[in-house]
Structures are given as structure tokens and as C-alpha cells.
Design a protein around this ligand. Structure first.
Ligand SMILES: [Zn+2]
Length: 65
């Protein structure tokens, strides 16, 4: 059953610190977020789920692995 193990994709999900383009608030967003992410301060859209890596609307300040 060693063949089967090769089919498991490596987890490459991370957290990213994204700056809100509207108010400048920085918050952590999961790179593969499955839900829409909004700013905690001004509710601007910061990320949309795509089925894979989330589509981020703000500037990524840092990637945390
Ligand atoms: Zn904001």
C-alpha cells in the first residue's frame, strides 16, 4: 500500500498577515480560507474562497508558516 501514500498532497496552507486596503488594519487570514474574509475593523472584503488558495484583496505583509 506504499503507492497510495504518494497520492496524499503535502499540506502547504499558511496564515498570512494581510493589510486592509481601506483602513490599514492588519489581520491574519488563512491562505486556503473556505469562507469570505472581511476586515475586523471596517468590514471591507479581504479575501474570497476559490476552492484552493483564497483570493486576497489586501497587501500581504507577512506569511507565517
Ligand atoms: Zn479595514
Amino acid at each position: 500500500m506504499s503507492e497510495w501514500n504518494k497520492l496524499i498532497p503535502k499540506p502547504n496552507s499558511t496564515f498570512m498577515r494581510v493589510k486592509c486596503p481601506k483602513c490599514g488594519n492588519e489581520q491574519l487570514i488563512f491562505s486556503h480560507a473556505s469562507n469570505t474574509v472581511t476586515c475586523n475593523v471596517c468590514s471591507a472584503l479581504l479575501g474570497e474562497p476559490t476552492g484552493g488558495k483564497a483570493d486576497l484583496k489586501g497587501d500581504v505583509q507577512a506569511v507565517l508558516e
